[in-house]
Design a protein around this ligand. Structure first.
Ligand SMILES: Cc1ncc(COP(=O)(O)O)c(C=O)c1O
Length: 359
């Protein structure tokens, strides 16, 4: 007799993880990671925490939350910490959704969102992106009903790299009814030059239903440790998120690293500037190869390969040349496409050379 699984296991999509963990010599442009190693001071903070690993971590991440409260001007009780921001997303699904409830998000967008409805039995309503591959917020608004519990806006959007301007987000929130929790997933906001990355903070006091979801995985380069956070418009959501999760969900090394990372904003700004310089040059060179590139506000680009090209062939050709990128169709594209993280200059060069050979 085979093991019998719950009915929802058949519904929950398997996360399309990137490969390439076994080899060292690869150019890894597939997971929107930072190409920069952790800062020396962050490494030292992690090393200093190693001696206490016989103890459970601080269950309330109090030092990290205090520093976040200070940095963002949001009361500590309105801040949730997570084992990566994915952990917060999944916990929000568990806390808010159930059969009969509805969840609204754009598509293509972050591949974890479909998991929330599948796991809870709620109905997912996906709204196509507009012709610029941006969120269509008016269309999303039209889908919100009394049954909606959660709306997610990914800004800048993964995988299409595009962003909507602050004024549009502000207008959207003014129209969303207060019973609907809105998660603004800002994993890539530091790379967005349309607005100040912290512009949305001013919306929190006006919208108790708003959650700004952030992560240490991208600009802080700490995805190997898994730590993210949510700045919330009310205290109820962080409390509910903690109710549905195991205790001690954020490990001690992650807490130490993230707390230290917040003291080094200048280094973060320097890394953003370097990434944006790569963005400008790489997008130009991709366009010079005759490819269509979305207007990126993130640390990655979204490239249409053209109907006549075989996406799989190009991905395999790049992999043979030691370069890993993500195929677009696995991320929701209806046409051949790829998502490429901006790496270090020499990594981008290797990618562009390999791609030019293949085209
Ligand atoms: C839009 C978006 N949100 C959230 C995450 C989750 O990041 P983490 O769980 O590493 O904080 C990612 C990761 O790629 C992402 O692209």
């Amino acid at each position: 007799m085979a093991i019998e699984f719950s009915e929802r296991i058949g519904r929950i999509p398997v996360y399309p993880a990137a490969g390439g963990y076994a080899r060292e010599d690869l150019v890894k442009l597939a997971s929107n990671e930072s190409p920069f190693a952790p800062l020396p001071a962050v490494r030292e903070a992690v090393e200093a925490a190693l001696g206490s690993l016989n103890r459970y971590p601080d269950p309330t991440s109090s030092a990290l939350r205090a520093r976040l409260a200070n940095r963002y001007g949001v009361p500590a009780l309105r801040i949730a910490i997570g084992n990566g921001s994915c952990d917060i997303l999944l916990a929000a699904g568990e806390a808010l959704l159930e059969p009969g409830a509805e969840l609204v998000y754009a598509w293509p967008s972050f591949s974890v969102y479909p998991h929330l409805s599948a796991a809870s039995g709620a109905r997912a309503i996906t709204v196509p992106l507009d012709e610029r591959e941006c969120h269509d917020l008016p269309a999303m608004l039209r889908e919100i009903t009394v049954a909606t519990r959660l709306a997610i806006v990914c800004n800048p959007n993964n995988p299409t790299s595009t962003a909507v301007a602050f004024a549009e987000i502000e207008g959207f929130l003014d129209e969303v009814p207060p019973h609907v929790c809105v998660i603004l997933d800002e994993a890539y906001c530091d790379f967005n030059v349309l607005d100040d990355p912290d512009a949305t903070l001013e919306l929190l006091p006006r919208h108790p239903n708003l959650v700004l979801l952030r992560t240490f995985s991208k600009v802080h380069g700490l995805c190997g440790l898994r730590v993210g956070f949510a700045l919330c418009g009310s205290e109820e959501l962080p409390r509910a998120l903690d109710q549905v999760r195991q205790p001690f969900f954020c490990n001690a090394l992650a807490q130490a690293a993230a707390t230290e990372a917040l003291a080094h904003e200048d280094a973060v700004i320097d890394r953003v500037t370097r990434t944006i310089a790569e963005r400008i040059s790489m997008d130009e060179r991709l366009q010079a190869l005759g490819l269509q590139v979305a207007e990126s506000q993130a640390n990655f680009c979204w490239v249409k390969l053209g109907q006549e090209r075989e996406e799989q062939q190009i991905l395999a050709g790049l992999a043979e040349r030691g370069v890993l990128v993500r195929g677009g169709t696995a991320l929701g594209s209806e046409v051949p496409a790829m998502r490429v993280t901006y790496g270090l200059p020499q990594e981008n060069e290797r990618f562009l050379q390999a791609l030019a050979e293949l085209l």
